[in-house]
Design a protein around this ligand. Structure first.
Ligand SMILES: [Cu+2]
Length: 253
């Protein structure tokens, strides 16, 4: 079984941070030690030091091995992220100023919230309807640009049920910083129920309207439709701070 992107990315990160901390300590300790050992009081006259082959070979070979190990971990992680499992469940995501729309090709369902079953490989096909965006799920350690006219892909496997943030990580205009969506990781049973919940034709129409016109006004209209159940599960504070609410405020001004 292939490693999960989350643990693999975190492992590589911890390895690099660990090496950095050890090196920082070594350099700092050596620096302080030399400050005392070669202080002016003890060594009033400076001495020139000539080559030391053993030392030079050591400080060339050891760091080279170290960075090659870092590269190896990084490359294995990159390969895993790029090599999308063939059995992954496909969900399409479209970025537009300033919201994400998720499209489930198997059931023709559309949603403002990304629902996925726990422990299943999910493949995202990423589109942009207007400008560059970047589809980013920090807790899944995946990020990929959404480019108009191009389909990008990523995959992830959520190991635990819960509610996670999805952000836009590419500056895409005035309300970029409010371009958040919600990832809900639920059990397979709940997911199967949810994905069939809203009549397909109904939900498709609402989102397609907003996709075709693309304007902020239309996306506001869409936001009031009960496309998903997230709003019920989100706490009150979060609901007050939804991008749509902020967008409305901005428009009034
Ligand atoms: Cu964006």
């Amino acid at each position: 079984m292939r490693p999960n992107i989350i643990s693999q990315t975190d492992g590589t990160m911890m390895f690099i941070i660990g090496c950095s901390i050890i090196l920082l300590l070594l350099v700092t300790v050596a620096m302080i030690f030399f400050c005392f050992k070669y202080s002016r009081k003890k060594h009033p006259v400076a001495e020139n030091i000539h080559g030391n082959t053993t030392l030079e070979v050591t400080w060339t070979v050891l760091p080279t091995i170290l960075v090659m190990i870092m590269f190896f971990y990084g490359y294995m992680g990159y390969k895993n992220i790029r090599d999308i499992p063939g059995d992954a469940y496909v969900i399409k995501v479209s970025g537009q100023m300033w919201k994400w729309t998720f499209d489930y090709p198997e059931t023709k369902k559309k949603s403002d919230t990304l629902f996925v079953p726990v422990g299943k490989n999910i493949k995202m096909e990423i589109y942009a309807n207007d400008v560059l965006h970047s589809f980013y799920i920090p807790s899944m350690r995946v990020k990929e640009d959404a480019v108009p006219g191009k389909t990008n892909r990523l995959w992830f496997n959520a190991e635990h049920e819960g509610r996670y943030d999805i952000a836009c990580a590419e500056y895409c205009g005035m309300n970029h910083s409010y371009m958040y969506a919600v990832l809900m990781v639920v059990s397979q049973e709940k997911f199967d129920k949810w994905v069939k919940e809203v009549p397909a034709a109904d939900s498709t129409k609402k989102t397609t309207d907003s996709l075709n016109t693309g304007g902020v006004k239309d996306s506001l209209k869409t936001s009031t439709t009960p496309v998903d159940t997230t709003k019920k599960t989100a706490d009150t504070n979060k609901v007050k701070q939804t991008p749509d609410a902020i967008r409305k405020d901005t428009l009034k001004k």
